[in-house]
Design a binder for this molecule. Sequence first.
Ligand SMILES: Cc1cc2nc3c(=O)[nH]c(=O)nc-3n(C[C@H](O)[C@H](O)[C@H](O)COP(=O)(O)OP(=O)(O)OC[C@H]3O[C@@H](n4cnc5c(N)ncnc54)[C@H](O)[C@@H]3O)c2cc1C
Length: 320
Amino acid sequence: MTKILAFAELKDGEIRNVSFETVAAARQIDESAEVVAVVLGSQNVEDAANQMIQYGADRAVTVTHDLLANYTSDGYTQAAMAVIEQEDPDGLVMGHTSAGKDLSPRIASKLDNGLVSDITGIEGDQFVRPIYSGKAFEKKTIKDGKTFVTIRPNNIAPLEQDGGRSGDITSLEVDIKDLRTIIKEVVRKASDGVDLSEANIIVAGGRGVKSEEGFEPLYELADVLGAAVGASRGACDAGYCDYSLQIGQTGKVVTPDLYIACGISGAIQHLAGMSNSKVIVAINKDPEANIFNVADYGIVGDLFDVVPKLTEELKALQVK
Ligand SMILES: Cc1cc2nc3c(=O)[nH]c(=O)nc-3n(C[C@H](O)[C@H](O)[C@H](O)COP(=O)(O)OP(=O)(O)OC[C@H]3O[C@@H](n4cnc5c(N)ncnc54)[C@H](O)[C@@H]3O)c2cc1C
């Protein structure tokens, strides 16, 4: 029987959704494989391991260490390699997140193994991944070595949670040492609301919002929808919002179920970050705007008229 490791990812001790997607991906790679969840962290590790099992893993291996409180390349490589050496898996699946993007090539190089990164789908033995900033897709087959992939968050649906499902959880002692970087403190920008990279719905604003205050109606719409707010670089460059909201080639790559672009022209560099969203709604007063070429639904109009009306209608629906 093949064995596939599905790596969980914790943020402040909370398990991230992409963790459950790694389990589903492992099952898609080989339905009959033994799927072993790997949970590395400093707190809530056991709880996360249990959740990984409830979402379809057969068992879990954990490494708990104070030096795993925050992601460091050295610390996480040491912990992950210890688990891989113990388990000798046939496959590995990680999230294509900031940490996964850093960790996976290190592990691949230590294993002298290939890596197919940023996959958005699995078709039989083929791994589908966007190339040229999402303008095309390629399909890759792994011919030898371990099947090692990273998955783009929000593309492979997690399996249904089964609260009654149980499995072995073993903890592995790893002497993490000689770290070249130690994180002493993490200072987060205050941000309320939903994490952009994992959001199911995103309301994004462009230069068309015209000012910082212009984002207010977008936040109101996002509130009603339980959505995250994002932006084009045009809006960030103009100082209307923080760069942490930027979506695109040099910003975040997102794949929500619904993306509402307000006052965004649809430059190729913006499309690179959002064109794989499942449903795209564009609101723009220029009927020739390029964003309409990728939109499933287009509204030609002034966003300051359209967005508040949408918010009102959605609120009314919720009241009913
Ligand atoms: C190397 C490089 C990397 C880049 N990376 C990124 C990136 O990661 N992300 C990104 O977004 N861009 C990126 N850019 C910038 C990109 O080329 C565009 O300049 C940028 O996306 C434009 O932002 P925008 O659509 O908000 O602004 P604009 O192009 O100015 O478009 C504003 C739109 O708002 C509409 N509008 C105006 N008023 C209203 C209104 N009241 N109601 C409705 N619609 C209205 C207009 O019709 C227009 O279509 C990059 C550029 C380069 C060169």
